[in-house]
Design a binder for this molecule. Structure first.
Ligand code: ZN
Length: 260
């Protein structure tokens, strides 16, 4: 919390401006550029949050800029990997297998505790994917591009569309070992009791829904109900309370510590 993040001044300024436009942004956040018709996520997520807190810092502004001069936070749990921020060089997590899926060993305890807690309520949370090497990610991206080309897109369009759902090599947070895909990577996962349980409890175990439907304009990734990211319970709880995705949360922390 107190650590200096070093995010560029322009980004922090953008956050403050965005906070000032809160009411308008909240009112307009129902516009989802990459929405695919799934629904239910925002309502579920807000069910335990007081209205005045749920509506606190910026909703989706669509103008957050982190790239120039961005320095990774000095907290391994908050490492940012997104469409414009590659996996930091030297990021080679120590891996451990949970079932047949590998993850950063530092998240194993919380991950298994979360799955066990759900199981006690009769809910089966299963791991479909965890750590991926950048080479594996490159294969996945290439496969998605080729599928789009077969659908008739030119290469540029095929890559652009692919990037909305499959990160390019070096740009997937699966390569950090801190992200997991759950329960078969199904578009309809948000209609399940398991998903609803995760929205209520994942933060207690340090996990956040990384690509919410109402943050697609910030994350540049369409709604992925199956993809959860470990950030630790303290950060996850704050992100949930304030309705911030990781990009927004890093700017929020930077503003809190006087980074602007
Ligand atoms: Zn994923």
């Amino acid at each position: 919390m107190q650590k200096k993040l070093g995010i560029m001044k322009r980004a922090a300024f953008t956050l403050l401006c965005a906070a000032g436009c809160l009411g308008l942004l909240t009112a307009t956040s129902a516009v989802f550029f990459f929405a695919l018709g799934d629904s239910g996520a925002p309502e579920e997520r807000e069910d335990e949050i007081p209205a005045e807190q749920a509506a606190a810092p910026p909703a989706s502004s669509g103008s957050l800029v982190l790239e120039d001069g961005f320095v990774q936070p000095d907290d391994w749990r908050l490492v940012l990997v997104n469409f414009e921020t590659p996996v930091p060089s030297g990021c080679e997590p120590e891996l451990i297998a949970v079932g047949s899926v590998q993850v950063d060993k530092r998240i194993e305890e919380d991950l298994t505790a979360m799955m066990e807690a759900a199981a006690k309520e009769g809910l089966a949370i299963t791991l479909s994917s965890g750590y991926r090497s950048t080479e594996r990610q490159a294969e996945l991206f290439q496969n998605a591009v080729e599928e789009n080309v077969e659908l008739g897109m030119n290469l540029e369009m095929a890559e652009t569309v692919a990037a909305e759902s499959v990160a390019r090599a070096e740009y997937s947070e699966h390569s950090t070992g801190l992200a997991v895909d759950l329960n078969g990577v199904l578009e309809t996962f948000d209609e399940t009791a398991e998903y609803r349980w995760l929205l209520r409890h994942a933060h207690e175990y340090g996990f956040v829904l990384r690509y919410p439907e109402d943050k697609a304009d910030v994350t540049k990734i369409r709604f992925e109900p199956w993809h959860f990211r470990y950030v630790g319970a303290e950060h996850a709880s704050k992100m949930r309370l304030l309705n911030l995705c990781l990009e927004e949360y890093l700017l929020y922390l930077d503003a809190q510590t006087g980074g602007s």
